[in-house]
Design a protein around this ligand. Sequence first.
Ligand SMILES: *Cc1c(COP(=O)(O)O)cnc(C)c1O
Length: 380
Amino acid sequence: MDRIRSGSKGALMILCSNPLAQYNAHKAEIDKAIQRVLNKGWYILGEETEAFESEFAEYVGVSHGIGVGSGTEALHIALAACGIGPGDEAVTVSHTAVATVAAIELTGARPVFVDIEPDYYTLDPHKLEEAITPNTKAIITVHLYGQSADMLPILDIAKKHGLRVIEDCAQAHGAMYRGRRVGSWGDMACFSFYPTKNLGALGDGGMVVTCNPELAEKARLLREYGWTERYISKIPGWNTRLDELQAAILRVKLRYLDADNDARANLASKYDHALEGLGFVTPKRGQESTHVYHLYVIRSTKRDEMQAFLEARGVGALIHYPVPVHLQPAYRDKVRRSDKLLETEKAACEVLSLPIYPELPEEDLQTVVKIAQYYGEERT
Ligand SMILES: *Cc1c(COP(=O)(O)O)cnc(C)c1O
């Protein structure tokens, strides 16, 4: 969710993420796909959406894909398809995009937070069981920054208590856990195609994926008024659809997703080497996981000074996320936390995302590195 803002001292020269660079990299193919849709005269839920749903489901390694209007809506639909509603609790993390929690709110259920593992920024399975009450119906695991949560222990606990598991994969398109892609582990999984994501549309978009045919059918109904046939609602539903233009654009970009993720990993390893020994904490990779570096997040106790320092020199380094959801005005009186969320609150004070996107020029990376190195040597 990187809405780019320009620095107070002038325009940023090096952006944290850059959807325009990605459009330019595949401009001819994308323009052709757009023209194809425009000339067909069918603009919402058609052949392009259906083709993209099956291509993306196949990529993830699941049997059903349901295209929707955004990642937030994907989570809302998945929770509702699993029967989560008023009176229920859904356990997740507070160190996430507010969208994860907004989706729980949309169902009328109550969000409950557990702490994160400080090395990986994902749900700490050791803290999970104490959060579960008789009202708990689901767990949403967030694969934050591009790396999977530790799914096996989470799935074990869910099974023991009869809970649904929904994966929030909005930052981890293509990431693997134990040799299988994220999105193929839970009962359902949700993706966002917001323009800055690893697979980004040129507008809003999202998808729910699952291997469970009944849940897939329910999600499909919910996305369009509960229609089984046109104008006949079987169940009450909503309207949250993926449009044909975005689907056609995403079909082009899906073909480059693995190469783009490799490019991100390559940039990340350059950062890793260049920042070694300077007092920053660089991203750790889980033994069971591959990392697709949606964000390259370092930690420093002098984070705020460093961000200002970078911004003054034209580098857009962002904070994901500055205030944990349980401390935000909209949520702080509504949510329940099962532990003190100490690691969550500590991370919020220390994390900083350095620019990373597949087309980031080498010289820009070197510029960021030089500033960071100077800062590391001078001030830590
Ligand atoms: C981006 C994001 C979402 C929401 O996606 P939208 O398409 O912007 O609604 C949900 N969860 C996480 C972790 C995200 O990063």
